[in-house]
Design a binder for this molecule. Sequence first.
Ligand SMILES: C[S@@+](CC[C@H](N)C(=O)[O-])C[C@H]1O[C@@H](n2cnc3c(N)ncnc32)[C@H](O)[C@@H]1O
Length: 163
Amino acid sequence: MTKIEFKSIGTIHSQFKDLEGMPIQPIGARGIKGEIHLNYEYKEGLEDLEGFSHIILIYYLHLSSGYSLEVKPFLDTEKRGIFATRAPKRPNPIGISVVRLEKIEGTKIYISDVDIVDGTPLLDIKPYIPNFDKHDDDDIKIGWFENKHHKAVEKKSDRRFLD
Ligand SMILES: C[S@@+](CC[C@H](N)C(=O)[O-])C[C@H]1O[C@@H](n2cnc3c(N)ncnc32)[C@H](O)[C@@H]1O
C-alpha cells in the first residue's frame, strides 16, 4: 500500500461548528459565507485566481474517524457502497466542494455556498471551469441519486458519520 502524505495549505472557516443541522452539499448552502485562511507561504499561488467566479476546494474531512464501505447516505434509507456516495466516512476522508469565490484579500479568500464545517484543513484549490468539469452528454447517469438529488437543497446533516 502506498503511503501518501499531504499537508494542509490553510483552514476553511464557516458558521458551522457542528455537523448537526448543516447543509450536505453546496446546493443546500447557497449564499452561506465562509473564509479560507491560506498559509502565508502559499500566497503567490493565489495570483490570477480572482478571475474565477467559482473554485473547487479539496479538503480533509478531519472529523471523520475510520470508514465504512457501506453507508446509509443522507439522501437515502438504503445502504450504498461508499464510493457511490459523497458520505464523509471514507477510506481517504477527502471532500470536494465547488463554492463561489467572492473576493481575495491577502491570504484571506472569501467564499460562499459553503457545506464545510469550521476548522476544516484545506488541501488544494482549483479553478472551476465548466468547459472542463461539466458534461453535457445526454447519456449521463447518476445512479441511485436519480430521484433523490433534488433533496440536497433542503436536507440537513446529522452526526451519523461521527461514530
Ligand atoms: C455529504 S458531505 C459532502 C462534502 C462535499 N461536498 C463532497 O461532496 O465531497 C458533507 C457533510 O460532511 C460533513 N462534514 C463537513 N465538514 C466535515 C469535516 N471537516 N469532517 C467530517 N465531516 C464533515 C457534514 O455532515 C456535511 O453535511
